[in-house]
Design a protein around this ligand. Structure first.
Ligand code: G3H
Length: 219
């Protein structure tokens, strides 16, 4: 288990939400493997592969002994299918799909593989490579333009969770990077490269003087 502990300044509303009179745990999970992942395709609404379902079941076993009253997902099948086995092993748990946690909208590149984008739309591919944080897909979004709605989703999730001790979000690669950017100090241009695996989850605990940040395997 990797562990990073640092002091944090107090100006960020989202981090402040986690710091209340009781310690809150934020479990940030990426959906399991999908059929699109196998082909390196982006966007769309692909389902989990058998391996992705096994990853979801492993998560469910791992979290069985913890109380997870709400799981926030996107509206996409891959996050809901990852959350369902977790919910099924909890005595009292609801899945709340929020469109604010949908993956980055890749506009005219939706459902394409990175290789198809490179060969069919090289201007898109190389412009994004030059400035991934600020680049906005034609008819879609960029990291910079999705920030506001992802932040809205986090605030909604934290508000709906009330005094719950554990908060779980099952999101996507770009969405989870945006969420993590509130806790990890990264230059904006580095945010699109934060490591977001499918076989590990992030556990974030924020107290008044420090944050505890762990990246742990669940299998
Ligand atoms: O479908 C979108 C991808 O998961 C986002 O990853 O920003 O590294 O292309 P990327």
């Amino acid at each position: 288990m990797e562990e990073i502990t640092t002091r944090i300044p107090f100006y960020d509303l989202i981090r402040d939400f986690l710091v209340t009179d009781s310690v809150k745990n934020l479990f940030l999970i990426r959906h399991g493997e999908t059929y699109f992942n196998l082909e390196d395709r982006i966007g769309g609404d692909s389902s989990l592969t058998p391996k992705g379902l096994r990853q979801a079941q492993a998560l469910a076993q791992y979290f069985k002994s913890k109380s997870i009253p709400f799981i926030y997902t996107s509206k996409k099948k891959r996050t809901i299918e990852t959350a369902e086995p977790i919910r099924d092993l909890q005595p009292n748990c609801s899945i709340i799909p929020l469109e604010e946690f949908n993956e980055i909208d890749s506009g005219i590149c939706e459902c394409m593989s990175y290789e198809e984008i490179r060969t069919q739309m090289p201007e898109v591919y190389y412009a994004r490579k030059r400035d991934k944080y600020n680049y906005v897909y034609p008819c879609g979004e960029g990291y910079a333009t999705m920030k506001e709605r992802v932040d809205r989703g986090i605030k909604k999730a934290l508000f709906l969770s009330g005094r719950a001790e554990n908060i779980m979000i099952v999101g996507h690669r770009a969405v989870n990077r945006m969420i993590l950017s509130h806790f990890l100090y990264r230059r904006t241009e580095d945010v699109p490269y934060i490591y977001i695996p499918q076989d590990k989850f992030y556990h974030i605990v924020a107290t008044q003087y420090k944050k505890l940040f762990q990246l742990g395997p669940y299998e």
